[in-house]
Design a protein around this ligand. Structure first.
Ligand code: GLN
Length: 451
C-alpha cells in the first residue's frame, strides 16, 4: 500500500531519491514467512520506513543528496540500518536531503527540492525535508533523520510531524555520512509521539564502532510516551527564544501550548539564557570547521564521482576537478569558511572563540536545568517559506535554526511536535521541548501530554 502511495504522490512531492521496491517487498515477504513459521518477530515487524539518504545501505545507493556520491553503492550497512533490519522494519527507500545535510529547506539537494505536502510550492524544511515530507504525505508511517543544527526538528515543525534529536551519542554514527561529527545525531521521525518512541527504542543503544556512543541503557521513552502526565513538572520558557523575527501566529500557538501545560498541572518558569543569542554564530564556525575536515575524504579516489581521469591530469588535478564538479555551492561555501576558520593565525580568533561560546551555552543549559525539568520554545521562528525565497540569502536561511542549534552545541535531547496551524497562513507550527542529556524520556512525557 505504501509503495502504491509513493507511486501516486511522490512525483509531486519528491520525498524519495531512491525507492527500493524489490528490497521492500522482499523484506515484507520475509516478515510474512517468519510469522507463518511461528518465528519470533522484531519489535517493528513489517512497518515501512523512509530512510534519510545519509545512512549507508548495503547494495542500495547512498548519495547524501550530492553529485559527488552519485552511483556509489555502499558495501556495508550503517549500524542504524542494521538495527532497523534486525527489528524487521521494511525500508522503502532513501529520502531527499540538502547536500551533506547542509541547509534548512532541502533546496540544496543536487537532485531537486522536495515540496511541503501542505503546499508543494513551500519548503518542507531541511536538511531532512524528504523524510518529513514522506510522513506528512502518508508515504511512510516512520522515517529517520539526522540533526546537526535542527535537521530533524525544523522539518518536523513545518510539516506537522514529530521529530526527535536524541542525546548526542545515543544513536550510533557508524555508517552515517559525517557533516559535523561533534554535533551530528540520528533520530526518529513519525506522525505521533508514541510512534517516535517505538522507533527511538529500536535505533538507540551502545555501539563499539562509534567512539562517542553512550554506553548506558536507553531511557524509558516508550513508557514515557504512554504516560501523558506532566503534573508537578517544571517547564522553562526562555526569554531569548522570542522577539524580533518570530512570526505572530507561531508565538500565539506556542503561548497556547504553554497555557495547556499549565492547565495539565505543570509549573511554568521564566528563564534567561543570555548566551543563546550567540549560538548561531558559534555554530556557523564549528559546523563548517568540522565539515571542511570531514569532507576532505571525498578526493575522487575512494568513492563515487571521478572527473578528469583521462591520463592528462595529475592526481591532485583529478581531486580538484572532481570536487569542483561534485560539490554544490553551499558545501563549497562551508568548506571555505571552515578552512579559513581553522587556518593558522585565525584559529584562536574564530574556532577558539566559537568553542568558548559553546561552553557558555552548555553552562546556561546546566543552570536552567537546575531550575526546570524541560524547556519549551517554538521549534522555528516562522512557518514554511516559499521555495526560492531564501535560496540566495544564506543568512536568512540560517535563521530557521535559531531555536534548535543550542541543543546541538550542548548535546542534550530535544523534540518537535505539532501545536496547531498559524492563523495568518494556515501552516503548521512546531513546539520544541528540550531535556537534559540522558533524560530523553522527559521529551516523550511532555510530548504525550500536549499532543
Ligand atoms: N540548517 C543547519 C545547517 O545548514 C542544520 C543542518 C542539520 O541539522 N543537518 O547546517
Amino acid at each position: 500500500a505504501h509503495l502504491a502511495r509513493i507511486n501516486a504522490v511522490d512525483e509531486k512531492v519528491n520525498a524519495f531519491l531512491h525507492v527500493d521496491r524489490q528490497g521492500a517487498l522482499e523484506a515484507a515477504r520475509a516478515v510474512d514467512a517468519k510469522r507463518a513459521a511461528g518465528e519470533k518477530l522484531g519489535p517493528l515487524a513489517g512497518v515501512p520506513l523512509a530512510l534519510k539518504d545519509i545512512f549507508t545501505t548495503e547494495g542500495v545507493p547512498t548519495t547524501v543528496g550530492s553529485k559527488i556520491l552519485e552511483g556509489w553503492i555502499p558495501p556495508y550497512d550503517a549500524t542504524l540500518t542494521k538495527r532497523l533490519k534486525a527489528a524487521d522494519v521494511v525500508i522503502l527507500g532513501k529520502t531527499n536531503m540538502d547536500e551533506f545535510a547542509m541547509g534548512s529547506s532541502t533546496e540544496n539537494s543536487a537532485y531537486g527540492p522536495t515540496g511541503n505536502p501542505w503546499d508543494v510550492t513551500r519548503i518542507p524544511g531541511g536538511s531532512g525535508g524528504g523524510s518529513a515530507a514522506a510522513l506528512a504525505s502518508f508515504q511512510a508511517p516512520l522515517a529517520i533523520g539526522t540533526d546537526t543544527g535542527g535537521s530533524i526538528r525544523q522539518p518536523a515543525a513545518v510539516t506537522a510531524t514529530v521529530g526527535v534529536k536524541p542525546t548526542y551519542g545515543a544513536v550510533s554514527r557508524y555508517g552515517m555520512v559525517a557533516f559535523s561529527s561533534s554535533l551530528d545525531q540520528g533520530g526518529p521521525c513519525a506522525r505521533t509521539v508514541l510512534d517516535a518512541a517505538l522507533l527511538h527504542e529500536v535505533i538507540a543503544g551502545h555501539d563499539p564502532l562509534d567512539s562517542t556512543s553512550i554506553d548506558a541503557p536507553v531511557p524509558p521513552v516508550v513508557e514515557a510516551a504512554r504516560s501523558g502526565d506532566v503534573r508537578g513538572m517544571r517547564v522553562g520558557v526562555v526569554r531569548e527564544f522570542s522577539g524580533e523575527g518570530y512570526q505572530a501566529g507561531v508565538m500565539q500557538r506556542f503561548e497556547e501550548s504553554v497555557e495547556l501545560l499549565r492547565e495539565l498541572g505543570a509549573e511554568v518558569v521564566e528563564l534567561s539564557c543570555p548566551s543563546f543569542t550567540k549560538a548561531l554564530a558559534a555554530y556557523y564556525l564549528i559546523a563548517p570547521s568540522e565539515c571542511s575536515s570531514n569532507l576532505a575524504r571525498f578526493d575522487a579516489m575512494r568513492y563515487g564521482l571521478r572527473v578528469g581521469d583521462d591520463g592528462t591530469h595529475s592526481a591532485e588535478e583529478v581531486t580538484a576537478l572532481t570536487r569542483e564538479a561534485g560539490f554544490g555551492d553551499e558545501v563549497k561555501r562551508r568548506i571555505m569558511l571552515g578552512t579559513y576558520a581553522l587556518s593558522s593565525g585565525y584559529y584562536d580568533a574564530y574556532y577558539g572563540s566559537a568553542q568558548k561560546v559553546r561552553t557558555l551555552i552548555s553552562r546556561d543549559f546546566e543552570r536552567a536545568f537546575g531550575e526546570v525539568d524541560v524547556i519549551v520554545s517554538p521549534t522555528t521562528p516562522t512557518t514554511a517559506f516559499p521555495i526560492g525565497e531564501r535560496a540566495d540569502d544564506p543568512m536568512a536561511m540560517y535563521l530557521a535554526d535559531l531555536c534548535t542549534i543550542p541543543s546541538n552545541l550542548a548535546g542534550n535531547s530535544a523534540m518537535s511536535l505539532p501545536c496547531g496551524l498559524a492563523p495568518e497562513d494556515g501552516l503548521p507550527v512546531g513546539l520544541q521541548i528540550i531535556a537534559p542529556a540522558m533524560a530523553d524520556e522527559r521529551l516523550y512525557r511532555v510530548g504525550s501530554a500536549v499532543e
